[in-house]
Design a protein around this ligand. Structure first.
Ligand code: GAP
Length: 429
């Protein structure tokens, strides 16, 4: 792991953002738990995505489908057959690799490798008490299939008309051969996926529009434009269902890597489900013409988005000879929007600070902190990315004003307590 990734992982643990899983039992490799601030950050990412997709658009509806589905879904989708990675074993050290990840045809230990064989990435389990093949079920490896199998339900129960989308956020599971790079590649992860159903004649245009839309979304949340780009997949590397794929890549400390994929899935999924289920999954337009819609799919990883926002926001600076670590997160993403700090732990400062805290808490996640020096409290808030700290001092008791400190510039301004809500609302939009 690079030094920067170590620093970020260390900060995440120290400040309650992301912890290694099952740590009291020695950990569980490549599993991570979001701590008190991490869950707020992750929830903000999901909320902003949901608002962008479902709340602020008239052409997209939401869905929350089950993780466990009829195994026929995975037969129809092609996952049972084709959702595989080529796996090789080292005959000497017994390590396993994804054969595409190996530069040479030899293990680092010098051992000989077995020929590659297909390894299906879906986790299997059994529904009910009997462990037989008859009740084998799979943990979904993408949320998308839950959307396709509900296409008809949504058409029949709502007033959607093509072009329209169905959006979903939820956990997916893949038995990755080589997980790693902190939360970048794990076996349990969360996806935000949109399946946008279009007239096949308009699919190329929609594909281009979604690439731009999704790039704009990351940029609007503060991602450095030099560190994010679109990258087309060569035709020979396309997934079994795709006509075209463009990735949004971010320059992580371990190199440019996929943040989100935008795919033109054509009519592959709906046609497959129609063939295997026997249900008519065609769409009839206003003129009575029947067709199978094409699907444009922007599909991102919530955990990867969180990681990119963390990496992008992480800064180390020197302030008056001391190191300052700061997470310059976009205010909309910041777990805590404001911290209220009485200058010292004494009445009546505490009472006034608590009054302000209680009022602001109605609007945002706010923290009250009276412990230690103000300098230390500022540093703590900088490290969890709190955009504003409000300090209540003795003058506040006389002039009803407080000091508002900006996380990034560290500038301080005196603001009337009565104007605080409006001032911060304006700043964090
Ligand atoms: N429905 C299409 C689909 O699942 P994908 O490119 O395999 O496409 C979409 O996955 C996104 O899900 C990726 O861009 C990535 O952000 C996230 N993702 C996939 N595998 C992941 C893993 N093992 N760990 C974390 N995120 C993952």
């Amino acid at each position: 792991m690079s030094d920067l990734m170590k620093d970020i992982t260390g900060l995440c643990k120290r400040r309650g953002i992301i912890y290694p899983s099952s740590e009291i039992y020695g950990g569980f490799a490549n599993s991570w738990d979001y701590g008190p601030y991490g869950v707020l950050l992750k929830n903000n990412v999901k909320k902003i995505w949901w608002e962008t997709m479902v709340k602020f658009r008239d052409d997209i509806v939401g869905l929350d489908s089950a993780i466990l589905m009829n195994p026929k879904v995975w037969e129809a989708s092609g996952h049972l057959k084709a959702f595989t990675d080529p796996l090789v074993d080292c005959k000497k050290c017994k390590q396993r690799f994804k054969s595409d990840d190996l530069k040479k045809k030899e293990c680092a230990c010098g051992g000989e490798l077995t020929p590659a064989r297909d390894f299906n990435l879906m986790f299997k389990t059994h529904a009910g008490p009997v462990e037989s093949d008859a009740n084998l079920v799979y943990l979904r490896p993408e949320t998308a299939q839950g959307i396709f199998v509900n296409f008809k339900n949504v058409l029949d129960s709502t007033r959607v008309k093509i072009p329209f989308g169905i959006a979903q956020i939820g956990k997916s599971f893949r038995n990755e051969i080589t997980p790693g790079n902190f939360t970048f590649r794990t076996r349990e992860f969360e996806q935000f996926e949109l399946e946008y159903f279009v007239d096949p004649k308009k699919a190329d245009k929609s594909f281009d529009e979604w690439k731009e839309e999704r790039l704009k979304w990351y940029l609007g949340l503060g991602i450095d434009k030099k560190k994010i780009k679109l990258k087309d997949h060569p035709k020979k590397d396309l997934a079994h269902y795709a006509k075209a794929v463009t990735d949004i890549e971010y320059e992580f400390p371990f190199g440019w890597s996929e943040l989100e994929g935008i795919a033109n899935r054509g009519d592959y999924d709906l046609k497959q489900h129609q063939a295997v289920s026997g249900e008519n999954l065609q769409y009839t337009d206003g003129e009575g013409e029947k067709f199978t819609p094409y699907v444009i799919e922007p599909s991102g990883g919530v955990d990867r988005a969180v990681l990119a926002f963390l990496v992008d926001a992480y800064k180390e600076e020197e302030v008056k000879g001391e190191k300052r670590t700061v997470l310059s997160l976009h205010p909309k993403l910041a777990p805590i929007k404001v911290a209220i700090l009485p200058l010292i732990k004494k009445e009546p400062l505490i009472k006034l600070a608590n009054k302000i805290y209680t009022e602001l808490k109605e609007l945002w996640f706010v923290e009250y902190d009276e412990s230690g020096t103000v300098g230390k409290r500022y540093r703590r808030q900088d490290e969890i990315g709190t955009p504003y700290c409000v300090t209540v001092d003795f003058d506040s008791l006389e002039d009803s004003r407080v000091t508002v400190r900006d996380r990034d510039s560290m500038n301080q301004e005196r603001i009337d307590i009565s104007a605080l809500k409006e001032y911060i609302t304006h700043k964090i939009q």
